[in-house]
Ligand binder design. Structure first.
Ligand SMILES: *Cc1c(COP(=O)(O)O)cnc(C)c1O
Length: 256
């Protein structure tokens, strides 16, 4: 199966999951996670009608957007039509570049980072859409704001006028059975609802970014508005980033 038929299959499964939960299928956005993938693979996904792309490194996104901008062979490949999402950890020294590259930042995990984003967004006269990443597993390796600190953080972010806090994001620990992730997804939704009931927090908090290739249907049943999908669309991820991104070789040519 190629990318177009996999895209169709994923969209169909998304729509069915939304209907099972009594939700509108249009309310769920498919964010294609294109980390480690080549620009040719991204182009194929764009031709299949996909517009939202997620990367987990600022540097990798920078190189790829540059490459894509040079190759507008078809109007739908025009980089201007695509929406870029940062789904990986953001270091403070990359904030300025991230603001220039991403329409959405899903991984804001500390108030200080939000403040810095706000300050630099103000300097460039923009408003940045962000999501707050919440750590629900308490594992040391995972990033995310501890759930116990969420409400206070959202109150503080409410004062940052150049940020739109669109919602919350979670990355549960890897669990073999998709059903095992359900409590994490439900918990994220409850936290969001709790924040809205409480009031006085940053908003609008309409989005829940949760669910990946192996558990997106469960996430949608629990209220996901954005699912982040890589392997289900492209196949197994290569073990290293493409050489043109690592900068240690010439860009790969078509068909190589
Ligand atoms: C890689 C990644 C994904 C996609 O994972 P798949 O299992 O390939 O769908 C989703 N979210 C984040 C934050 C990621 O880093």
């Amino acid at each position: 199966m190629g990318i177009p038929s996999r895209a169709q299959d994923i969209r169909h499964r998304m729509d069915e999951a939304a209907k099972r939960a009594g939700r509108r299928p249009e309310a769920v956005r498919l964010v294609v996670v294109s980390k480690y993938r080549t620009v040719d693979e991204i182009k194929e996904a764009v031709r299949a009608g996909l517009v939202d792309f997620g990367e987990n490194r600022v540097q990798e996104a920078d190189v790829k957007r540059h490459e894509l901008a040079e190759l507008p062979e078809l109007p739908e490949l025009d980089d201007e039509n695509l929406v870029w999402h940062l789904v990986g950890h953001l270091q403070s020294n990359k904030v300025k570049r991230a603001l220039a590259l991403f329409d959405w930042i899903h991984s804001v995990d500390r108030v200080n980072l939000a403040r810095r984003l706000n300050r630099l967004a103000e300097e460039s006269c923009t408003t940045q859409r962000i999501l707050v990443q919440v750590d629900l597993a308490g594992e040391e390796t995972k990033s995310g704001l501890p759930a116990g600190e969420l409400f206070e953080a959202l109150e503080q972010m409410g004062h940052l006028e150049h940020l739109q806090v669109e919602g919350l994001m979670v990355m549960p620990p890897f669990l073999p059975e998709p059903e095992e992730a359900r409590p994490y997804f439900a918990r994220l939704r409850e936290l969001r609802d709790g924040a809205l009931r409480r009031g006085g927090v940053a908003g609008p908090l309409a989005e829940l970014s949760m669910g990946m290739s192996h558990d997106f249907e469960v996430a949608i049943e629990e209220g996901a508005t954005m699912v982040r999908i890589g392997t289900a669309l492209f196949g197994k991820r290569p073990s290293s980033r493409p050489s043109f991104v690592r900068g240690d070789a010439a860009p790969r040519k078509e068909g190589q």
